[in-house]
Design a binder for this molecule. Structure first.
Ligand SMILES: [Zn+2]
Length: 409
């Protein structure tokens, strides 16, 4: 039973769900993917929402990466509040470069956990297992990944026999099917009920490979459209958003435009005086070679911040170079997890460390990636009307639960 009273989570108020409410984070979903799928006639359900639903364009969190944005969506707050500002960071206390997958790095509670504590039945399904522990932190309910669906247990994940329930084999971690498994599981969980709130998070395997409107992209959105239509038919309230957009990061011949920043800094200041951290780094690098449009740099004496900043700002393809405090104010980041400089590259460029540290042999198509301001705009769509939205509001993807619970008819 759900407590009828509104909840307050991280300073924001949320009304109790009145119907099964499903928030979907479509990894790497540039708005144009949906537009092109609709135009090609491959997404009739999404097309039908033009008449009866809501379509906003929202800004995600910069760095426009997966973990910071998924955590922003489920906490309703920016990384300055929840602490997760990358997949990967330099842990000053530990003196080591570490993955930020561990819930010990999370500084805020989630809306999902608070709803569960208030008595709501909550489920989370994520494609890759790397997000599961963060999304399900201190949450009573169902929480599993497609990747490790076969290992889900009642004790560890709040559910047994996921594979039998979903009726699909566990897909490869590098496949569109890994995301399809998320949607298929979501439909089965709503059918089975009772469920009040569900969060579904896919993987951007297809978006890294295929531009909007290309065959594989339209196939993905046609698949998604079918599952969303089923969730809608089951009476669910849907809010669909994305963690970040996606862009080609190449020249006209399809060759990656890479700023090998550690090589540039080593040449200017000597090896060992600067440390380039790429927060896109994660164990699943095949589709992007750990190349994205955002980096942070730690400087050691005698390298001066102003001189280093001016040096890198002049590099072709660089869009913004900000000092730590300025970057943390502008992008709402936790200052203790950000280097002396924050760098954002332009739409067609990515930032690397040293050339020798990037294995691009796994790139079988021209590089597409994200991380920058150029990938900040994402869709924020619902299957219900929002009759009284405040005019002039800058919507964020982490307003997804606010829209779902507080604004829809
Ligand atoms: Zn992502």
């Amino acid at each position: 039973m759900i407590a009828p009273a509104p909840l307050t989570v991280n300073g924001r108020r949320y009304a109790a769900p009145r119907r099964p409410t499903v928030v979907v984070c479509v990894d790497g979903c540039e708005p144009e993917y949906i537009n092109q799928a609709i135009t090609a006639g491959r997404a009739p359900f999404l097309a039908s929402l033009r008449e009866r639903g809501t379509c906003l364009t929202a800004d995600c969190v910069v760095p426009s990466f997966t973990n910071p944005n998924n955590l922003s969506i489920v906490t309703g707050a920016p990384p300055s509040v929840h602490g997760i500002c990358g997949n990967y960071f330099w842990d000053r206390e530990a003196g080591a470069e570490v993955m930020m997958n561990d819930p010990k790095y999370l500084r805020a509670g989630t809306i999902l956990a608070a709803l569960a504590d208030a008595g709501a039945k909550v489920a989370v399904v994520t494609a890759k297992d790397k997000l599961r522990a963060l999304l399900g932190h201190r949450m009573q309910g169902i929480c599993f990944s497609s990747e490790k669906a076969a290992d889900a247990t009642q004790a560890g994940n709040g559910i047994d026999d996921v594979v039998a329930l979903v009726g699909m084999p566990v897909p490869s971690v590098y496949s569109a099917a890994l995301s399809e498994f998320v949607f298929a599981a979501g439909v089965k969980l709503i059918e089975r009920g009772p469920l009040d709130v569900m969060y579904l998070s896919t993987t951007d395997y297809i978006q890294h490979k295929a531009a909007p409107g290309v065959g594989a992209a339209n196939d993905f959105y046609a698949m998604m459209d079918g599952y969303l239509a089923r969730l809608d038919a089951l009476g669910a309230t849907l809010v669909v958003t994305a963690d970040h957009g996606m862009n080609a990061k190449t020249d006209a011949f399809g060759r990656p435009n890479v700023i090998y920043l550690q090589d540039v800094l080593d040449a200017a200041y000597g090896a060992g005086t600067t440390r380039v951290i790429l927060p896109i780094t994660d164990p699943y690098v095949v589709h992007h070679g750990a190349l994205g449009s955002f980096a942070t740099v730690y400087l050691s004496p005698p390298v001066a911040v102003a001189a280093a900043s001016a040096h890198v700002a002049a590099l072709p393809g660089m869009e913004e170079v900000l000092l730590r405090d300025e970057a943390c104010r502008r992008f709402e980041l936790p200052p203790d997890r950000v280097g002396d400089l924050v760098l954002v590259s332009e739409r067609l460029s990515v930032i690397g460390t040293s050339r020798a540290r990037h294995d691009l042999s796994g790139l079988d198509v021209p590089l597409r990636s994200h991380g920058g301001i150029s990938e900040q705009q994402v869709p924020l769509i619902s299957n219900r009307a929002a009759p009284a939205l405040p005019a002039g509001r800058r919507w964020r993807n982490f307003d997804a639960f606010d829209l779902a619970l507080n604004h829809l008819a």
